[in-house]
Ligand binder design. Sequence first.
Ligand code: ZN
Length: 80
Amino acid sequence: MTTNTLSTITCPSCGHRATEQMPTDSFQSSYECKGCGAVLRPKTGRDCVFCSYGDIPCPQTQAERAARAEAGSCCGGCGG
Ligand SMILES: [Zn+2]
């Protein structure tokens, strides 16, 4: 499996895009836009800013999705 650790974040306030290195062992829960200075927060409490605003989700989410795909299950919990 290939894990991408770079994600391009698009600021919802000003549209500024920046490619950032993602942490592989933790969720990044805030990000300051280099364009307008807005502090981005994840759209949902458990996600990271890369999952919410980046073009590539964080490594943990990539791993979870790969595991689900391997298991052939839609959600990892339903067995279907
Ligand atoms: Zn911005």
